[in-house]
Design a protein around this ligand. Structure first.
Ligand code: ZN
Ligand code: ZN
Ligand code: ZN
Ligand code: ZN
Length: 236
């Protein structure tokens, strides 16, 4: 029974590798095209295309379960030791006592004391940002416009004094902490704190703006050229 399961997993992993190599080739060729585009007269248009190209490149889909990432049980997380991203649900499935073996590169990630620790693996902010931006409901909920009758600081009509800053991706609605206990205990329910989502989303947006500004300033002082040593691979 156990070895059958293992084989199945191994087979699945191989499929992932095959499909990933394919999609990497696609990414490479589309990136090359992008470079050609950006050097021609319309650089802004080319860049916009790249940003909104997540779905067509298959980057919005988890390589293991082949399902779309979401803001619930399939939030995209990075296995920090190898850098590969999978949905939280699949990472939980691949969890083994105190470790996870990356389903893509087979790297062993040790010292994950409990399944709950998976939730503290960093989010893949590129994909996460796209998820928030392309979800009209979540974007509307995050909108702090006082005219909006249903934003995350609105008071719950069942629980006075409690703000509706939780969101269930199954019921597609927001509610207060008390409502979780009474109405979102189903297996299908996946509740996230919209304040966390907002904080991360704002951070991501600020980083993009800040980094763009840095690049812009450097470009001016350097005559359009970035020095090689100004790039870094990871910030931790
Ligand atoms: Zn998955
Ligand atoms: Zn890996
Ligand atoms: Zn409530
Ligand atoms: Zn629910």
């Amino acid at each position: 029974m156990e070895s059958d399961k293992k084989n199945e997993n191994e087979e699945k992993s191989e499929n992932i590798i095959n499909s990933s190599t394919k999609s990497e080739n696609i990414i490479n060729s589309s990136m090359k095209k992008e470079i050609i585009n950006t050097t021609s007269e319309k650089p802004k248009k080319g860049r916009k295309k790249l940003v909104h190209d997540y779905a067509s490149r298959g980057l919005d889909i988890c390589g293991v379960c082949k399902l779309k990432y979401n803001l619930g049980d399939r939030i995209p997380r990075i296995l920090v030791h190898c850098g590969h991203t999978f949905c939280t649900s699949c990472l939980i499935r691949f969890y083994h006592v105190d470790h996870i073996r990356c389903p893509y590169c087979k790297k062993l990630i040790n010292n994950i004391e409990s399944v709950a620790k998976i939730e503290s693996l960093p989010l893949n902010l590129n994909i996460f940002g796209e998820l928030v931006k392309t979800d009209p409901l979540v974007m509307r909920l995050l909108d702090q416009d006082p005219e909006n009758p249903n934003n995350l600081s609105t008071e719950c009509s069942f629980h006075p004094g409690k703000q509706k800053h939780f969101y269930c991706s199954y019921h597609e609605q927001n509610f207060c902490r008390e409502c979780i206990k009474s109405s979102h205990k189903l297996n299908e329910c996946c509740v996230v704190d919209l304040y966390d989502i907002e904080k991360l989303y704002q951070l991501n947006e600020q980083n993009i703006k800040k980094n763009n500004l840095i690049v812009k300033c450097r470009k001016k002082t350097n005559g359009g050229k970035m020095r090689k040593e100004e790039f870094f691979i990871a910030n931790y």
